[in-house]
Ligand binder design. Sequence first.
Ligand SMILES: [Zn+2]
Length: 143
Amino acid sequence: MELDLPPEPKTLVEAIRHFADPDVSLLTMVKLRWPNGVRCPTCGHANPRFIRTRSVWECRLKHVKRRFSAKTGTIFEDSPLPLDKWFTAIWLISNCKNGVSSYELHRAIGITQKSAWFMLHRIRLAMETGSIEKADGTAEADE
Ligand SMILES: [Zn+2]
């Protein structure tokens, strides 16, 4: 996890290619969520052990739910959509000044319109609250 991110994508095609690299998606997520280093979402302990083969961390303290992924406890957790689609969607929403419809998102990143609607809803909520951490009681069913 000592990689540096490649330069920010400037076009949608570049964004899709950029986030299609699993290391880039994971590192983007880490920098977004833990700008000061990865911490256990359950107990807050720093410096968990990274299990490279599974892309998960394990807290150094012994407790339940000590293994976690970058998605654990975030708005992405319950979604079967991979992180690269999420980040491409976030990129698109952040870079389209006139707004993005669920239909455009569905066409642009190759997901169903229902999934696109779900993503837009969650991303807008995260942008409003300034957090990707999942708030209690907001669990929604994805398809
Ligand atoms: Zn912990």
